[in-house]
Design a binder for this molecule. Structure first.
Ligand SMILES: Nc1ncnc2c1ncn2[C@@H]1O[C@H](COP(=O)(O)OP(=O)(O)OP(=O)(O)O)[C@@H](O)[C@H]1O
Length: 420
């Protein structure tokens, strides 16, 4: 039994698709490469459950291919789950596949009739709304032309106008607001707010988190076929962005490692790049960095930090020739080149020292108060008054993420006192 406050109840729904490998087009290929007839059973939704209250607006977020559109298609009953149940209460209108119900040879006007009829409107009801639909679409001049002559933006206008004028109780929208020009987008946006205020339940799939934040009461983040998190859009989106940032960093790291391996395997090809790299590293090289790392507070290599977390630079070097009056240093630069911080052992009044053998130094940044961005670290060994021994520019990279959306360079600890 459905809870009478709910418009949608999704219980233990799983959906998988058979994905066939390339079968080959010729009989010979099919016989020779039998294995190609094999398929993979791709689990897209893995036993998910959620409910949406009447009048609630919910956004579905997640990375490409995570199953957002599949969820909407299940709600529209274009496809069915392999297991689990979906219950909906009320008339459903959807904007899922742009103008999926349109016939290309029929005029805009004729398509309004057939499309609205699919949504369950009678001819009389459509007659009453026709003018509103046409007016909203701003397609008066073209309404009697076949829709195959429409641009994709015009198609979208017509589809949107029909979908929002059928008095649905539940409106399902897939990434539709991304289409159309800025003015029409703004108009659709306002219309959605109006529809929401009238009590329509709305489910939106969008990569535009800002749009979801403006319209929705709740976001559901789908990851690896499961609901990873649901809650207020801002909270969910910060966690989601955090995860996407970390994943992006890891992928960039992997790519760098792959490039390095390729350069080692093809030294000639790497020569040009090596020359470019050398420019980033200069000095007498009497003493050289060998192993350099960024660690977290537990001593594990880490590339992503939250504002205020502890970050450790762990720098090892080998000594080829004695360096007298040595100075160790580091600088932190934002990826757009802004110098955020720099210091060295001299500025910090450490006693003078010489380097005579291999060694290491660590810099423990107890509270990294940088605000979210990508950063580079220069690490340096110098002697005397700034003579480079191994000046290693952009030697390390890290990213800062945060749940707070303050702006600038640093988070300056502060407190508010309001006397109001
Ligand atoms: N009919 C189908 N047959 C086989 N696989 C499918 C089918 N429909 C979807 N899939 C697969 O299911 C997964 C989820 O697709 P879906 O379109 O729901 O993702 P999405 O979250 O909407 O992604 P995007 O953000 O890119 O729009 C994808 O891996 C897709 O390839």
């Amino acid at each position: 039994m459905m809870d009478s406050n709910n418009a949608i109840e999704v219980r233990n729904v799983s959906k998988h698709f058979k994905v066939y490998y390339d079968k080959g087009s010729q009989l010979k290929e099919r016989v020779l490469f039998r294995k190609r007839n094999a398929y993979e059973n791709r689990v897209v939704l893995d036993n998910i459950s959620f409910s949406i209250k009447k009048g609630e607006a919910v956004g579905l977020v997640g990375k490409n291919g995570c199953g957002k559109s599949t969820t909407l298609k299940l709600l529209t009953k274009i496809i069915y789950p392999n297991s689990g149940t979906i219950e909906m209460c009320g008339r459903v209108s959807s904007l899922i596949e742009l103008g999926a119900g349109f016939h290309p040879d029929m005029s805009g006007r004729e398509n309004i009739y057939t499309n609205a009829a699919i949504f369950g409107l009678t001819k009389k009801e459509i007659d009453e709304r026709l003018n509103d639909i046409i007016a909203f679409s701003e397609l008066e001049q073209f309404i009697d032309n076949p829709v195959r002559t429409y641009s994709s933006g015009m198609y979208m206008r017509l589809a949107f106008s029909v979908a929002i004028n059928v008095n649905a109780d539940i409106l399902l929208i897939d990434e539709i607001l991304a289409v159309g020009d800025a003015n029409f987008q703004a108009k659709c946006f306002n219309k959605l707010r109006e529809i929401k205020a009238e009590g329509t339940t709305i489910v939106i799939v969008s990569h535009s988190l800002g749009q979801i934040e403006q319209i929705c009461d709740r976001s559901i983040w789908i990851k690896n076929g499961k609901i990873q998190m649901e809650g207020s859009p801002k909270d969910v989106h910060l966690e989601y962005l955090d995860y996407m940032n970390t994943e992006r960093m890891e992928m960039a790291e992997k790519e760098r490692a792959r490039q390095e391996a390729e350069e080692q395997a093809n030294p000639e090809k790497a020569d040009g790049k090596e020359a470019a790299k050398k420019k980033k590293r200069y000095g007498s090289m009497d003493c050289m960095f060998t192993k350099i790392n960024i660690l977290d507070a537990d001593g594990n290599p880490q590339k992503t930090f939250r504002t205020g977390e502890e970050m450790v630079l762990d720098l090892h070097y080998e000594c080829k020739k004695k360096v007298t009056d040595a100075v160790f240093g580091f600088g932190i630069f934002r990826s757009d080149g802004l110098w955020c911080y720099g210091t060295n052992t001299r500025i910090d009044h450490k006693d003078n020292f010489d380097i005579e053998r291999d060694g290491s130094y660590r810099v423990d940044l107890k509270e990294l108060m940088l605000i979210p961005a990508e950063y580079w670290v220069d690490v340096t060994i110098e002697y005397g008054e700034g003579n480079p021994v191994d000046y290693y520019k952009e030697a390390l990279r890290f990213e800062v993420v945060s749940k707070v959306s303050d702006v600038g360079v640093l988070r300056i600890p502060h407190e508010w006192t309001l006397n109001i």
